[in-house]
Design a protein around this ligand. Structure first.
Ligand SMILES: [Zn+2]
Length: 351
């Protein structure tokens, strides 16, 4: 890519208007930390103003009954939709702004108005099922954006890579029968929400285009690098997507209060370099990252900085493949993924 990349950013104070009970980890202050990292690079980013997703965009993914239930709940706000998930007086409007921004950022990258982009949105989306809110999530932003890219921009195949520390059950269920969207997830396991075991590999025509990499607690930069280089990269090269969207949670950071992984800011930099390299190699650089979880302010700040540094780098270069020590728990994870998916992805046979 010649010259400085054109990197889009979605950031808006209205995303802080989704306000829940005191002490809830999915809180507006998360975006203060993200904004610190954005402000440090402010002039080099292209700002996109968010607008609300339309019902048509939302209903490509969600059941009409879900949208109706959210609208009813908004009349009674503040309410809890499940033990973890709240809806405040402005929450539905903010969720629609999150989904709409995800759509617009993805469409701008598809049209090459931007090279890449990051949407600093909340509430997160990947736990939201087609017919219900779940796990802090009201609307499934990444799923809505992926369907918009296919419906409005003529994109054929999409890779959704979910490195949030939780499994994106809602995204998996949205696309598990659809081979045109490959959902690949790294997540702590066993852990909330309970889905995402190795054998969940898609269904029907979509068999093989769901790739789960459940990881034991305690994994850090070395383990995530091994998975990125030895699973995600060969899977992406075999699949050959036209667009890559990342469900970009920062809750695998070592400071995160909800999870027990050990990624550093440098680990998020490595993951970002791998996905940017894959996007340039496979799909003309088309790459969008959408914020999901992340509950330590330090993790949000370091993760956002890492992502933006890599997106803004005119030439991040290729990473050398890191060695994996035989017999370690990460080697066992790689072996299990290989057992399930070697027949689906030719590149995995070389693990
Ligand atoms: Zn999460």
């Amino acid at each position: 890519m010649a010259g400085s990349p054109s990197v889009g950013i979605v950031e808006d104070p209205r995303y802080r208007d989704h306000v829940g009970p005191a002490g809830h980890p999915e809180r507006p202050e998360r975006l203060v930390a993200v904004s610190d990292a954005i402000a440090a690079r402010g002039d080099s980013l292209q700002r996109l103003a968010p607008r609300a997703a339309t019902p048509d965009e939302i209903l490509r993914v969600h059941d009409p009954s879900h949208l109706a239930a959210l609208e009813r709940a908004a009349q009674q706000a503040p309410v809890r939709l499940d033990p973890d998930t709240y809806l405040g007086t402005d929450s539905l409007e903010v969720a629609q702004l999150a989904a709409g921004a995800a759509v617009d950022l993805v469409r701008a990258v598809c049209r090459r108005d931007l090279d890449t982009g990051l949407a600093a949105i909340r509430p997160p989306g990947h736990h939201a099922e087609h017919d219900r809110a779940m796990g802090f999530c009201l609307l499934n932003n990444v799923a809505i954006a992926a369907r918009a890219a296919q419906a409005e921009e003529g994109v054929d195949k999409i890779l959704i890579l979910d490195w949030d520390v939780h499994h994106g059950n809602g995204t998996q269920h949205s696309f598990e029968e659809d081979p045109s969207i490959l959902y690949a997830s790294t997540h702590q396991f066993p852990f909330y929400p309970g889905t995402g075991d190795f054998g969940e590999a898609g269904r029907g025509r979509g068999l093989g285009t769901t790739v789960n990499v459940p990881l034991p607690a305690g994994c850090g930069d070395a383990e995530y690098t091994a998975v990125a280089q030895r699973v995600l990269a060969p899977v992406a090269r075999s699949y050959r997507p036209d667009l890559i969207i990342v469900s970009c949670g920062f809750d695998a950071h070592r400071d995160d209060p909800l999870a027990a992984m050990q990624l550093s800011g440098e680990g998020f930099r490595i993951l970002s370099r791998v996905v940017r390299g894959l996007a340039e190699e496979l799909c003309g650089g088309r790459l969008v990252l959408l914020l999901e979880g992340g509950y330590a302010l330090s993790g949000l700040r370091e993760g956002t900085s890492a992502v933006l540094d890599v997106l803004l780098d005119p030439d991040p270069g290729a990473l050398d493949e890191a060695p994996v020590v035989p017999g370690t728990h990460i080697q066992q994870v790689l072996d299990r993924v290989h057992q399930v998916h070697a027949r689906n992805f030719s590149g995995l046979s070389a693990l």
